[in-house]
Design a protein around this ligand. Sequence first.
Ligand code: TNX
Length: 537
Amino acid sequence: MNNKTLATLFTVLCSFLFANTFAQQTHINVIPQPNNIIQGKDHFIINPKTVITCSSEQISKNVSILSSSLKENTGLELKTKKNAGAKNSIHLKLNPVLKPEAYHITIDKKGIVCEASSNVGMFYAVQTLLQSIKPTDGKYAINCMIIEDSPQYQWRGFMLDDSRHFFGKEVVKQILDVMAYLKMNRFHMHLTDENGWRVEIKKYPKLTEIGAEGNWSDRNAPRKFYTQDDIREIIAYAAERHIMVIPEIDMPGHASAASRAYPEISGGGTGRWEGFTFHPAKETTYQFIDDVMTEIATLFPAPYIHIGGDEVHYGNKVWFTDPLIQQFIKDNNLKNEIGLEHYFVRRACDIVNSKGKTMIGWDEIIASGVTPDKAITMWWRHDKPKQLTTALNKGFSIIMTPRIPCYFDFVQDSTQQIGRRWGGKFNPINEVYTFPDDINSLIKNNQSQIMGMQASTWTERIADTKRLYYMIFPRLAAIAEDAWTNQTRKDYSSFENNIPDFLKYLDKKGINYFNPFDKKTTPEPWGPTKADVIAEG
Ligand code: TNX
């Protein structure tokens, strides 16, 4: 046999083995499930002599993250060394070829090598590793394998409504910890709405002196809000975990708290929707929004500002009779009140763009005339799929957060009494995980426009932390895997097998949750007032 024949034989043999190994590709006990796993034989045991090594400054931050988390999880206190190539080591290696959020992990009998091109990629490698290291008979063994992973979507989000009830920065930090564990990377803060304006704006102190008073359960509750220092603290905490913080200042509707503080820019409203809108025909309103956006744009480094834009028709009755508004519609050829609403959104978009940011808005904004180069939309009205297809046809980038299955103010089990339902439907974890078929096929056919997925937690009926966590967990894990893992790699039964370890992690952190396997162990927390007991349609 000559060399050439040998080489050919070798290649054939390798590709056979390669194919075989791929055939064994399987799932591991990690959420979100990595996108590519090649299982090997044997295992590596981490012992007190194992060292952590890292050859590049660029990713070395992760050495202390890995060593302190390992100590916390396993009690093992591993030494760290600079040089690579040591036996019995966990080596963090810079691999400039990989995309920023991607990572590789190779585990063989001699040790572990994690590769990434950036701190974020290495952070995700560390998360995967930490979840994979589980004790068996008191030993920390990990199976030999190669993991090659990167996210399906760039937007893996969670939204918290801090307006209806305020939760504060310690709660936010706990949520950010769990998000990081699940490789989620977008935290959307819904900071203003009917019940409270929750972010300090220096130029308009009454927004928080008056507008931060009260909440959905109690109009007279003491004022609560984030100072600009608090926001900076949250942003820094999130950044360490590679999470971007996106602010939402809702307009022109859901503005009641701002109206209470500055009635002169209120667009009026009656009854339940008192002061619901900003006044759309006064230049002082647009000046106010410009000033607020200047502070928000400086405070939040994210390239996006969310302007809401939802449900204006709920509380804009006054627009139909206010002479100033009617005159404004005529003067600007806006046809009617809807034309005026669209005008408002376009101006808000111009203001946001003028601060160097891209606007995000709820799916109402796609009819306003804003364009996909200036704005992104969040599709939320699951009962209006046409909004999604129109947004797609218009070329918008879209973040998927349809009420069903992405709203976490909907109950997660038929036995639960407090929280929303829609025509009898609600959001159990398996449905958050699988997504409805029609949405899945739209996503599949429009991949390039789908930025990702987000769970949104509205808090009208969530008045305290215990209930908040009960609604968020463990469903957040399902959204995380929806957004990270390719559709072809998703498998509910394997995901379900991984939930118990996630629950243990939550237990360790003292975070409440609903246990889908044993409902009795986690009874539904009662709301502080009887008014919370609503299962609405
Ligand atoms: C709709 S989603 C809203 C919120 C409510 C939520 C309750 C959206 C853009 N607007 O104001 O809190 O439903 O599920």
